[in-house]
Design a protein around this ligand. Structure first.
Ligand SMILES: *Cc1c(COP(=O)(O)O)cnc(C)c1O
Length: 344
């Protein structure tokens, strides 16, 4: 049985063009700086983001961790959203491995942090306090309905950061989805931040990898941090080759995924007893108005038995994510299955 897998865009397999590029990739030892394919990917990524330099990393989690280890020292504090991926889903790596304190403040429903909340969280110089060093933003915002942050908002946070001598890191795992939804160049979304991480392995379909971008000095230090967390890879051109195809071929088609997400959400909203959250990009959430009717586990299981996979969250919501391998036909089939399972 072929599953219609709507759990995440991380389930995307590499495209035939990626497999071909991986097969043909010219490689070398990247820890010696000798893998021409990794270097090309890093140059392309830096250029696309409008930053001086870039670093290929194994995952988004590694990219965020390396960024935090580079911006902050032991005892420093980081302001970030209480629903951010970095706070919720990265094992507190900043504290566990870097001695960095997370200072979570409320994410608004649109994924932003209120400027006054940020301002109130910035520490004064005082012998009792850790030192605030960094603000982290997330674009698009995974847990906040896949909402994109605008260039204006990002610039406002960056201005506030600069006033206080702080840096800004952007978790841009799905930054190309944000640029697509807002109809802007990705550079507009990252111009004002000091570093940005984006994933090749999600909606862009590459099998492995993320890229961290920033100034040349920042990336020089980040390369050291990557090495100490075990992220120095050798003939990594084999996977970087797929990342190059991702940047060349996959960043301009994401509107299709957004459109299919919108159609799925509209169909789901027609089903009695189903509530659907907003749809901004390729991620949205739905939930049952009467949660006692079926447990989340039952819903997930009954959908699975009929070939449709969604992700059940602890809060009773179900996550739906569209991606390259979800077709118009799949949208129709999935809606039929949703109807069957959610009305019975
Ligand atoms: C997926 C994701 C990450 C982490 O990426 P991995 O490659 O899974 O480690 C970080 N931030 C956000 C917003 C994500 O969605």
């Amino acid at each position: 049985m072929r599953f219609i897998d709507l759990r995440s865009d991380t389930v995307t397999h590499p495209t035939p063009a990626m497999r071909e590029a991986m097969y043909r990739a010219e490689v070398g030892d990247d820890v010696f700086g000798e893998d021409p394919t990794v270097r090309r990917l890093e140059e392309m990524a830096a250029e696309r983001m409008g930053k001086e330099a870039a670093l290929f990393v194994a995952s988004g989690t590694m990219g965020n961790l390396v960024a935090l280890l580079t911006h902050c020292g032991r005892g420093d504090e980081v302001i970030l959203g209480d629903r951010s991926h970095t706070f919720l889903f990265e094992q507190g790596g900043m504290a566990a491995l870097g001695g960095i304190t997370p200072r979570p403040i409320p994410n608004q429903p649109d994924g932003t942090l209120r400027l006054e909340d940020i301002r109130a969280a910035i520490r004064a110089e005082n012998v009792h306090f850790p030192r605030t060093r960094l603000i982290c933003l997330e674009n698009t915002h995974n847990m906040c309905d896949g909402a994109p942050l605008t260039p204006e908002y990002t610039a406002a946070v960056a201005r506030l950061a600069r006033e206080h001598g702080l840096k800004v890191h952007l978790d841009g795992a799905r930054i190309f989805n944000a640029a697509t939804a807002l109809g802007c160049d990705v550079r507009d979304l990252v111009r004002d931040v000091d570093s940005v991480m984006f994933c090749l392995s999600k909606g862009l379909c590459a099998p492995v990898g993320s890229v961290l971008c920033g100034s040349a000095d920042f990336i020089y230090e980040a390369r050291r941090a990557r090495k100490v967390v075990g992220g120095g890879m050798r003939q990594a051109g084999v996977i970087a080759a797929a990342g190059i195809v991702a940047l060349e071929q996959m960043t301009t088609r994401l509107a299709e995924d957004h459109e299919r997400a919108r159609r799925l959400a509209e169909g789901l909203a027609q089903i009695p007893g189903v509530q659907v959250g907003p749809v901004y990009t390729n991620i949205f959430y739905f939930w049952l108005t009467d949660p006692l009717r079926k447990t989340p586990e039952e819903v997930v299981q009954q959908l699975r038995e009929r070939g449709v996979l969604v992700l059940g969250r602890e809060d009773g919501r179900f996550r739906v994510v569209t991606h390259y391998w979800i077709t118009d036909e799949d949208v129709k089939t999935a809606l039929r299955v949703f109807q069957e399972v959610l009305t019975s």
